[in-house]
Design a protein. Sequence first.
Length: 178
Amino acid sequence: MPQQLMDEVCGIPMSVGTISHLEQSTTAAVAAPVEEARTSVHKQAVAHLDETRWRQGGKPAWVWVAVTSWVTGFVLRMSRSGQVARALLGETCAGILVTDRSSAYNGYPVRWRQLCWAHLLRDCDAMGDRGGTSAELGVALLAQAHQMCPWWHRVREGTLQRATFRSSMSPLRREVER
């Protein structure tokens, strides 16, 4: 398939052997910067980790990604286990890990972890779609989150002090807990 694409789209006839050789050459050429990126992820103040389904040779696989402010690293693996997360991120980290609730991340101490807001909002939205008491709770939680998010954006922009944000969050937190 890739050789047909190269020929049809780019007008470059290419054999399967040539593609395999180019894959190996490219892998060797980027090995050092890829390793540098991987080790840099370990040292960042915040790393967002996630995995998504993929197919490799007709078999289930996962693309794992670690995104930081400075570097993004990813690996393709046939497993969704915590061993892959630790291989990508390391046994320890310098800061906060932002993840979903996958058990693959359970090997990291809770004090290092923060649940991803996109996942939390999606969960609240799904609760709202269920109907009944679940829907009421999901809608109420989403309302609180939608109140908090603009405040947090202002903190990040520098137009709202963190202390003001914290004090504004107290009643909102109580409402979420209720």
